[in-house]
Design a protein around this ligand. Structure first.
Ligand code: FAD
Ligand code: UDP
Length: 384
């Protein structure tokens, strides 16, 4: 069969490779000038530093099969994300750990004492948190919530935390020990040659043709295609017939400096009065080569509502969007010869490992359908 795969990010690359290895002919198209999707990395022409073009990406997973899969295509260096957070003029460590708690409250508590102390801080009469703010008050109490989450979350999402789902906060742990690893997964690292090289390696197969600078809209009427796997925005595929699904986008403001600008890869700025959410210093994402560079490059991140021309980053998924998403899903379900996959195709926030895991599952489902001569599913996972 001849497949057109829209999008040369992880979702598109993993499915393209699998189908190519099964003997199908694959054309991968991407409107950007590079492979890698939002994980794209490239060396800065001025300094040689490896830059994460669409924001910093750290690979972390608990899925053994996903970790094994990526090792096939690139070498990873171990990397632990240790985030610092500035709040009210002081530096702390994030996620909230025993160090954060002791520094913030000026104490020297042991784990059990701190657990009891935070329990006392927590708002006891919230039993089932209905939103982000209630979740935070329930987990850590008002002082830590206001210092680390209220301002940052309002900047990041452009909404009061009372309007946001509790699930967003559940992404971060609270630890009663000194483990300052931002993630809790057993496998963590960064590809030494960058994500783009890794994804290019996935796409290097005699049955795969990659066409960059090619928008699907210019390609969709080709009639020699048997099936499309579409990893672009779901609403865009249907020419926004039900309206635009809301996204947050990011603006990056570049800082060029000598030496070491902030001494670490990521510092979050939690106060509402600081307009940006964080600064990342990209050479620190590659500690194995950071000392080779006398210069440094950082980016301040500003979050705002995405307009029609902006890169969609974070799906908003509030009531308005989920109602609209329902309409798109219903429209998609009666469409033939197309499957939607990935972060944009299913309008969900997906980490890289989840993206790859879902793409690998989609491959298994496709194998089963193709073996039985059945049409491929429109969605491999429920976008709701
Ligand atoms: P994408 O990478 O978005 O790829 C989709 C591709 O489709 C794009 O290249 C796009 O150009 C192309 N495309 C879309 N529409 C069309 C069209 N009509 N025609 C042609 N081409 C089209 N995950 C982690 O695990 N760790 C992290 O540290 C991490 N950090 C992140 C930081 C930020 C700021 C963001 C926003 C995300 C982060 N992620 C992280 C998530 C990660 O970016 C995603 O998991 C991953 O990019 C999803 O891959 P994908 O292939 O589904 O989509
Ligand atoms: N968050 C916060 N302060 C911080 C870091 C995170 O309030 O210093 C909130 C914010 O709402 C964010 C959520 O916690 O969206 C989850 O954090 P994560 O690091 O997963 O953020 P994201 O991937 O959304 O950038």
């Amino acid at each position: 069969m001849h497949f057109c795969i829209v999008g040369a990010g992880f979702s598109g690359a993993v499915t393209a490779r699998h189908l190519a290895e099964r003997g199908h002919r694959i054309t991968v198209i991407d409107e950007r000038a590079h492979c890698g999707g939002n994980c794209h990395t490239a060396r800065d022409p001025q300094t040689g530093i490896m830059l994460h073009h669409y924001g910093p990406h750290i690979f972390h997973t608990a899925q053994e099969n996903v970790w094994q899969y990526v090792q096939r295509f690139g070498k990873f260096a171990p990397y632990i994300n240790r985030v610092k957070a500035i709040s009210q003029g002081r530096v702390y460590t994030l996620p909230i750990t025993l160090l954060t708690i002791n520094q913030f409250f000026g104490r020297t508590m042991h784990p059990a004492e701190a657990r009891e102390f935070i329990h006392q801080q927590a708002v006891q009469d919230i039993t089932t948190p209905r939103n982000f703010e209630e979740q935070a008050l329930h987990m850590i109490g008002p002082a830590l919530y206001e210092a680390f989450f209220k301002g940052y979350t309002t900047k990041q999402w452009g909404l009061p935390p009372t309007d946001l789902p509790a699930a967003i906060l559940k992404r971060l742990p609270v630890r009663f020990n000194y483990d300052d690893n931002y993630f809790s997964h057993p496998y963590q690292g960064i590809p030494i040659e960058g994500y783009t090289a890794l994804i290019e390696s996935i796409l290097t197969h005699p049955h795969i043709t990659v066409r960059l600078d090619t928008a699907f809209e210019t390609f969709r009427n080709q009639n020699n295609l048997d099936h499309i796997i579409y990893t672009g925005p779901l609403d865009r595929y249907f020419r926004f017939c039900h309206g635009r699904l809301g996204y947050r986008t990011l603006d990056f403001e570049r800082i060029d400096a000598e030496g070491d600008y902030q001494g670490t890869a990521v510092i979050n700025y939690c106060d509402a009065t600081t307009p940006y959410t964080r600064i990342s210093e990209h050479k620190h994402f590659a500690p194995w080569e950071a000392s080779l560079f006398s210069k440094t490059v950082c980016f301040r991140e500003y979050s705002r509502l995405a307009g029609p021309e902006d890169t969609p980053y974070y799906p908003i998924r509030l009531a308005r969007e989920t109602t609209m998403l329902d309409r798109y899903v219903r429209t998609a379900m009666v469409t033939r010869n197309v499957s939607f996959l990935g972060r944009l195709g299913t309008y969900r926030y997906l980490d890289m490992d989840v993206t790859i895991g879902e793409a690998l599952e989609a491959c298994t489902i496709m194998d089963q359908h193709l073996a039985l001569g059945k049409p491929l599913p429109v969605f491999f996972t429920d976008p709701h």
